[in-house]
Design a protein. Structure first.
Length: 270
């Protein structure tokens, strides 16, 4: 056999094998591309539920009711439980109340003492949705409390002054006192008003003449009113930024000195 027939035979044997090897490469590349594209499509189709606080406010400052309104989308199962959580002093989230949904809405009222805290809403998992929480909201919750909830910082005056806070056994609201002094006398008491923004004071003059009631921030008069014999009135003022509030009663013209009943509240976050 000559050289030419041998070369021809080799060409016939090699070409089919080369064709098989060449066809394998595109097949593997196509499979790799297909797998890479399938991963993002799976991730993108995962359902997501969003929760947000749409309103947070004090709805009853006397009772201390804080109301949080939120929205959950998509709408959960009717009457789903949603937790109202607060960041605690122990540096963790604690549930302080809950409500049930109506459509996409949730409203949770909660009676709480005054505070400045951070809140969020949380809903548990509901297939195909995972559990979800809202962005946080920090809020100053102002609530009325007795002006004497914290002990008097100091008391004094002239003419045998007496600033008698009603004991807790008789006045659990810690809002009542009786103040008195001799004729031409003055009586005052200082209270801790840190964290407070408003004072609401009822005064009853039970002496036989005219007295002057005043609220002071240091030497600055915040508010004042003169009261005639056996009369009553209100002395209410904005005290935002006043940390030490003085309630003072002075005799203007009377036969035996001022005697005044006090019932006062502070609007505070503490």
């Amino acid at each position: 056999m000559g050289v030419r027939p041998i070369l021809a035979l080799l060409a016939v044997l090699v070409l089919p094998l080369s064709g098989c090897a060449a066809s394998a490469v595109p097949a593997e590349s196509a499979m790799a591309v297909q797998d890479a594209r399938s991963v993002p499509s799976v991730v993108a189709s995962t359902p997501v539920r969003t929760v947000k606080i749409t309103s947070i406010k004090t709805t009853d400052a006397t009772k201390g009711v804080l109301t949080v309104v939120g929205q959950i989308t998509p709408a959960p199962v009717a009457r789903s439980r949603v937790s109202l959580q607060r960041w605690s002093g122990a540096r963790r989230w604690e549930e302080i109340g809950y409500g049930v949904t109506v459509g996409t809405s949730i409203t949770i009222p909660r009676k709480l003492p005054g505070s400045i805290r951070t809140y969020r809403l949380s809903i548990g998992a509901q297939a195909p949705y995972a559990a979800a929480v809202s962005p946080t909201a920090r809020f100053s919750h102002y609530v009325y409390r007795g002006i004497f909830k914290k002990p008097l910082l100091a008391a004094g005056g002239k003419g045998h002054p007496q600033f008698n806070v009603v004991p807790v056994s008789e006045g659990p609201r810690r809002a009542e006192a009786e103040v008195l002094a001799d004729k031409a006398g003055v009586v005052w008491g200082d209270v801790d008003s840190t964290g407070c923004r408003w004072v609401r004071t009822w005064l009853g003059n039970i002496t036989d003449g005219t007295i002057r009631a005043s609220l002071l921030n240091g030497n600055k008069v915040v508010g004042t009113v003169d009261m005639k014999q056996e009369s009553e009135t209100w002395l209410n003022r904005d005290i935002l930024g006043v940390n030490r509030l003085r309630l003072q009663i002075a005799d203007v013209k009377s036969g035996y000195g001022p005697i005044v009943a006090v019932d006062a509240l502070l609007l505070c976050t503490n």
